[in-house]
Structures are given as structure tokens and as C-alpha cells.
Write a protein that binds this ligand. Structure first.
Ligand code: SF4
Length: 266
């Protein structure tokens, strides 16, 4: 068997196919144009890759480029992708196109959880990938991959339709490399849903609640000690919360009374 050049995936696949092509299988002449020998992986991946339905979902200016990609000039129908589904339950691909605000993250994670496997995520543009021009802003997260797994990143601000199509083609190559024997959605243990982040004064992962509590309630012995512990990730002894002052209790009681009066008049 001739060795395919290292890194040439298609040549390697062809080598696998060649194993099954031999003279003992005699194909009648009138059928020769209609018979194809291939692997199950190849057929399975080809069918998924050529009918990948993106989710109809845009967040900011990048979404305009995504819409242009689907229009006649660039024509996603060439890839079987023209049907942008309005439901996550019918979609295979989430294109995160635009600025990801903290307010939007719970909705994105919830939609991702509602997508059935196999599902893929493409991060479109600087904002979705790392916060973009709004990085470190008070209301923007620095990358959607902090919350959901991303398969392909497309750089740019905004990426052109050509760049998005290139990213999609890279995703197609990734699909081609998957094997039906190893894909996670046929394993016994199903993938768990990602806990939906909570939006309070800031956004946080519900799995980190205990850690956040420990940090919030514990008092560092000094400012330097606090910095040191934060850096090392060392756990602190949980301290009892400080009791509310009488003035604060009074303000809370007044606010409750105002809210009750408002409810009665409504
Ligand atoms: S990457 Fe640029 S074009 Fe895309 S959403 Fe952010 S600011 Fe807008």
C-alpha cells in the first residue's frame, strides 16, 4: 500500500478505501457507473456535512455579514445550509455572530442545551471569540468559549462572508474527520447539559457558587494576604457574615412596606 503524505487527510482516507477494492468483486459492466465502494464513515459524514442547518440567530453587526453570506451573492445553498432554522431543536450549527453581552449569555447557553447532538458552534468575529473592541467592558464577556465549546473561530471585525464560508468549510473538514465509532452522541453516557450561568450583579457559573461564597464571606488578614490567596486559589475558612446594622434593617423594612403598598394599589 502506498503511503499517503503525512497530514493529507483525504489521501489517508483513500488508502483505507483502497483496501476494499480488489479483483474478487466483479461488477457487471452495465452497473459499473452506478456502484461505489466506500466506508460507512465517509457516507455518514458526507450526509451530515452537506445538510448542516445553521440556527437563525444573530447578536450584533457580525450578524449582518452572516445574513449577506446566506443571500444570493454568496449563496449558502451550495453547502446545503440555506435552511436557517428558527428552532434549536432542528439546528446542527450555532453561529455566534456578534457581541456577547452578559445579559445574553444565559439565553445562548440555554439555546445550546436545546440543540440536539450532533451540534457544532462557530464563533464569528472578534467579539464572540474574545470580547473584540468591548473586551473588559462591564457588560461583555471575553469569549463565548468560556461558556460553550467552540469548534471553529473566524477572526475579523466583522469577518467577510468569504471568511465565514471559509470557517464553514473548515467545520466541514472537521466533520469529515469524525468516525461513527467514536462520536460522543452514540456513547452510553450522554453529554450533560451545561449549567445556565446566572446573571446577578455580575454573571457567574452556578458550579462556582461554593467558591464564590468562600471568597465573599471570608475576610483576608490583610490586603496583601488577600491578593496572595486570590492568586494561589487557596481556599479560605468561611467566616460568618457581618450582621446588618439597625439603620440598614430599617431601610429594608421601609422598602418592603413600599413594595407591599404598590402591589395593593396595582
Ligand atoms: S466583531 Fe466587530 S463587527 Fe462583529 S459584532 Fe464585534 S464589533 Fe461588530
Amino acid at each position: 500500500m502506498a503511503n499517503a503524505p503525512a497530514g493529507d487527510f483525504y489521501a489517508l482516507k483513500q488508502e483505507q478505501v483502497n483496501q476494499y477494492l480488489h479483483d474478487t468483486i466483479v461488477v457487471p459492466e452495465d452497473l459499473q457507473a452506478n456502484v461505489m465502494v466506500t466506508t460507512l464513515d465517509k457516507v455518514y459524514n458526507w450526509s451530515r456535512r452537506t445538510s448542516m442547518w445553521p440556527l437563525l440567530f444573530g447578536l450584533a453587526c457580525c450578524a449582518i455579514e452572516m445574513i449577506a453570506t446566506a443571500a444570493s451573492r454568496f449563496d449558502l445553498a451550495r453547502f446545503g445550509m440555506e435552511v436557517m432554522r428558527p428552532s434549536p431543536r432542528q439546528s446542527d450549527l450555532m453561529i455566534v455572530s456578534g457581541t456577547v453581552t452578559k445579559k445574553m449569555v444565559p439565553a445562548i447557553v440555554r439555546i445550546y442545551n436545546q440543540m440536539a447532538e450532533p451540534r457544532y458552534v462557530l464563533s464569528m468575529g472578534a467579539c464572540a471569540t474574545g470580547g473584540g473592541p468591548f473586551k473588559e467592558g462591564y457588560n461583555v464577556v471575553s469569549g463565548i468559549d468560556k461558556y460553550i465549546p467552540v469548534d471553529v473561530y473566524v477572526p475579523g471585525c466583522p469577518p467577510t462572508p468569504e471568511a465565514l464560508i471559509y470557517g464553514m468549510m473548515k467545520l466541514h473538514e472537521k466533520v469529515d474527520r469524525q468516525s461513527i465509532t467514536k462520536v460522543p452522541w452514540y456513547r452510553k453516557e450522554t453529554s450533560d447539559a451545561i449549567p445556565v450561568p446566572l446573571l446577578g450583579p455580575d454573571i457567574f457559573d452556578p458550579r462556582q457558587v461554593q467558591l464564590i461564597k468562600e471568597y465573599t464571606l471570608a475576610k483576608p488578614e490583610s490586603a496583601a494576604d488577600g491578593e496572595k490567596r486570590r492568586g494561589s486559589g487557596e481556599k479560605r475558612e468561611a467566616a460568618a457574615p457581618v450582621a446588618l446594622s439597625d439603620a440598614a434593617k430599617e431601610r429594608i423594612a421601609q422598602a418592603k412596606a413600599r413594595a407591599a403598598a404598590k402591589r395593593q394599589t396595582a
